[in-house]
Design a protein around this ligand. Structure first.
Ligand code: GLU
Length: 451
């Protein structure tokens, strides 16, 4: 890289790090984008003059609030709530809510920043935001989760709205939590609106929203594979995670003819050498979504499978790796295992699951590699479709939504190819996704003046 550009990047990152001390995930997400867009931006002096990059890394608004609630034993509990409204240049703020004990300001800011570019890539008019709490839903009763959600919304409701900010789910926030959050929002505002997405089908939700992130990931990976004349047919696929994204990625990969070998949670992973089937997936849906159990129970039901406590699935050889758990879950040793196992593709279902050093190993070995902001955008894209249906007061069939989803994933792939094709004809999806997302947001910011 040109010395001038690398100096610019280091100078820029130096100031981001000193303005946001200790926020390592935020630094990581910003660096990845800046490394992609800085060389490109040099050709657009008006973007430099207007300090678009300096503005884009400064969230428009951050709300941090106390969330008090009472547990089933009558004991008072206090958690911290967040909403990071990163960018509203191309539409109302949009992004999920995460309930997980690891949630902190750095994680919220990195997710809101990633969301800004991801949402721009979907081709739909959505700005970027993220929210959440360090509340741990594990082991909590439905009544505790409800009381927590009601308390969380009692503060959040004044900052959101169908034309302002539209939250959805993320880790620890699924249909049950969206229901409780929506109920409280509706009661406080006395208004039935599309302020949250991921709603139940009977009360404004979109068909296929639960499936959308996992399905979209497979549609995107299909397009990546097609650039090398490959497909899912007959491929061994390793998936991490066992939540919403992992479940539907597994179902779609399987339906596209792949053998899905693994699923995981934070305690360990299961390896089923015979591959998942529709029936086994039905068991996983029940286990995870209804009984809220742990993935290790899978081996009691299907004893041909093995459970590896405290490990990640990447040391089992596969052709396609789909990390669908959480940030920085694929580290250097995992990436080395993925390469050694003969994989041809790693497509991210989670947000930023691969560390920068691990990405270098994956890309260096010539694998197809896509960042989550491109390959997991199907979830938020379908949230955008839910917003459209709510505004029109209509609902589309699953086929209609699926058609939109396929088209959007293929448009995102085309944008990555347009801006990320290397001289040798291969595609750098990181560069392509970052530049394509940036162009849209930066252009809108420039048009709207100094706000
Ligand atoms: N949390 C999801 C994401 O990371 C979905 C956000 C949404 O639907 O607003 O993109």
């Amino acid at each position: 890289m040109d010395k001038f550009i690398s100096n610019y990047i280091e100078g820029f990152m130096g100031s981001v790090v000193s303005r946001n001390p200790g926020e390592k995930e935020f630094h990581q997400a910003v660096r990845e984008v800046v490394e992609s867009v800085a060389p490109f931006m040099m050709d657009y002096p008006h973007l430099m003059d207007q300090k678009i990059l300096e503005r884009i890394v400064e969230p428009e608004r951050i709300i941090i609030f106390r969330v008090p609630w009472m547990d089933d034993r009558g004991e008072v509990q206090i958690n911290r709530g967040f909403r990071v409204q990163c960018n509203s240049a191309i539409g109302p703020y949009k992004g999920g809510i995460r309930f997980h004990p690891s949630v902190n300001l750095s994680i919220m800011k990195f997710l809101a920043f990633e969301q800004t570019f991801k949402n721009a890539l979907t081709t739909l008019p959505m700005g970027g935001a993220k929210g959440g709490s360090d509340f741990n839903p594990r082991g909590k009763s439905d009544a505790e989760v409800m009381r927590f959600c009601q308390s969380f919304m009692t503060e959040l409701f004044r900052h959101i709205g169908p034309n302002t900010d539209v939250p959805a789910g993320d880790i620890g926030v699924g249909g049950r939590e969206i229901g409780f959050l929506f109920g409280q929002y509706k009661r406080l505002r006395d208004e039935f609106s599309g302020t949250l997405t991921g709603k139940g089908i009977a009360w404004g939700g979109s068909l296929l929203r639960p499936e959308a992130t996992g399905y979209g990931l497979c549609y995107f990976a299909e397009q990546m594979l097609a650039t090398r004349g490959e497909s899912f047919e007959g491929k061994k696929v390793n998936i991490s995670g066992a939540g919403n994204v992992a479940q539907y990625a597994a179902q779609k990969a399987m339906r596209l003819g792949a053998k899905v070998q693994t699923l995981s949670d934070s305690d360990g992973f299961i390896y089923d050498p015979e591959g998942l089937t529709e029936e086994k997936m039905e068991y996983v849906f029940q286990l995870k979504n209804i009984r809220r159990g742990r993935i290790k129970e899978y081996v009691q039901k299907y004893p041909q499978a093995q459970y590896f406590p405290g490990e990640r699935p990447w040391r089992i050889p596969c052709d396609i790796a789909l990390p669908c758990a959480t940030q920085n879950e694929v580290e250097v040793a995992d990436a080395e295992n993925i390469v050694k196992g003969g994989a041809i593709c790693l497509a991210e279902g989670a947000n930023m699951p691969t560390t920068p050093e691990a990405i270098k190993i994956i890309q260096g070995a010539g694998l197809l590699y896509s960042p989550g902001k491109a390959s997991n955008a199907g979830g938020v894209a379908t949230s955008g479709l839910e917003m459209s249906q709510n505004s029109m007061r209509t609902s589309w069939t699953a086929e209609e939504v699926d058609q939109y989803l396929r088209r959007i994933m293929s448009d995102i792939h085309a944008a990555c190819v347009k801006y990320g094709t290397r001289e040798d004809g291969t595609v750098n999806y990181v560069k392509g996704a970052n530049i394509a997302g940036f162009i849209k947001v930066a252009g809108a910011m420039a048009d709207q003046g100094l706000v």
